[in-house]
Design a protein around this ligand. Structure first.
Ligand code: NAD
Length: 315
């Protein structure tokens, strides 16, 4: 349910992610009943990064909840590129594995690009293989990166018109900004991509009907960056530990954030200044509960799509 919250309408990513997960679960049940296929996701993690452990656990648990099989391969921090490549080769060969995801970031001794290129493109459920990136660029059927694909679902299912809109993406990473700009272009938006070298950011972003922040910089997007009534999508997931800044960012709603900082040492915040954005934007995604849940939902969808395409040859 979307809820009125001061000025901007909050877009409920959790609700939309649940909707997508229900669809994926129904599709997985159908594949099993009609074809005896059980889609299977293999998640590979190297080292002890606590955030990566949480992400992978979440992906494995969600798979189980939707009726997908999953495997969690946890390798030691000292794993070499050759050892990881050997595991990827094994997973590539297994008929019962439909999706392979190697959780990033990888330890510095591992050649991440080589590992991502070694994944069978048909099983590349993160959509990072150059073949999938190229196919997506050409508008051909591809496994598309989960966060950008989730943002498109969020916009479409919230009834926000993309065609003809001016969409401004702040950030040009291979994981979010670049593919998202491409997907928006394919849906007929006029797209501007901003980045750390953009001059006078606010002048550019203030022209956007749809403004997407994917920078990893806490509260980079402020009221002055937003055109009144615009849709603002906050992709950032940042750990805030500073109570005074929490008070500034959340104004009257700061107390539970400060309680979280005291309880577990941090609260999750985005790249958009929430209190200022609420007063200017027409619609806004919260953090958490905005884009985040959609990423996992789209990973599940990619896994089922990969299973259907690989095993039945159906696009
Ligand atoms: P990244 O560090 O790879 O890229 C950041 C981008 O922001 C760069 O292109 C850089 O040019 C741009 N940038 C940095 N400072 C800037 C500035 N001052 N002005 C304009 N542009 C600036 O980050 P990423 O992997 O794209 O992630 C971005 C954020 O999104 C992070 O907070 C990350 O945690 C989050 N994220 C969330 C999800 C999700 O599921 N919601 C998924 C991936 C990433």
């Amino acid at each position: 349910m979307e809820q009125r919250h001061e000025r901007a309408l909050l877009l409920d990513g959790t609700r939309i992610a649940e909707e997508i997960k229900r669809e994926v679960s129904a599709e997985a049940a159908r594949l099993k009943a009609e074809h005896g296929i059980e889609p299977c996701l293999a998640a590979v993690r190297v080292g002890d990064d606590p955030a990566s452990a949480v992400y992978v656990r979440n992906k494995v648990n969600t798979s189980a909840a939707l009726g997908l099989r999953s495997e969690h391969h946890a390798l030691a921090a000292s794993t070499s590129t050759a050892e990881l490549l050997a595991l990827v080769a094994q997973l590539n060969q297994r008929e019962d594995v439909d999706g392979i995801l190697v959780q990033l970031p990888l330890p510095s001794q591992i050649d991440a690009a080589r590992v991502l290129e070694a994944i069978d493109p048909a099983k590349d459920v993160d959509g990072f293989h150059p073949l999938n990136v190229g196919r997506m660029m050409l508008g051909q059927p591809a496994l598309v990166p989960c966060t950008p694909a989730g943002i498109i679902e969020l916009l479409v299912r919230s009834g926000i018109e993309i065609g003809g809109a001016h969409a401004c993406v702040v950030g040009r990473s291979n994981i979010v900004g670049r593919p998202l700009a491409q997907l928006l272009l394919q849906r007929d938006a006029t797209v501007t991509v901003c980045h750390s070298r953009t001059r006078d950011l606010a002048t550019v972003t203030r022209q956007a009907d749809i403004l997407i922040a994917a920078t990893g910089r806490i509260a980079l997007v402020r009221g002055e960056h937003i055109k009144p009534g615009a849709t603002v999508i906050d992709v950032g997931i940042n750990r805030l530990t500073d109570e005074a800044l929490a008070r500034e960012l959340f104004g009257p709603h700061a107390e539970e954030r400060i309680a979280a900082i005291r309880r577990r040492g941090y609260t999750l915040v985005g790249d958009v200044h929430p209190a200022e954005a609420e007063l200017v934007a027409g619609r806004l995604t919260p953090v958490p509960g905005g884009v985040g849940p959609l990423t996992v939902a789209m990973l599940m969808r990619n896994t089922v799509t990969a299973a259907r395409r690989r095993r039945l040859g159906v696009v």
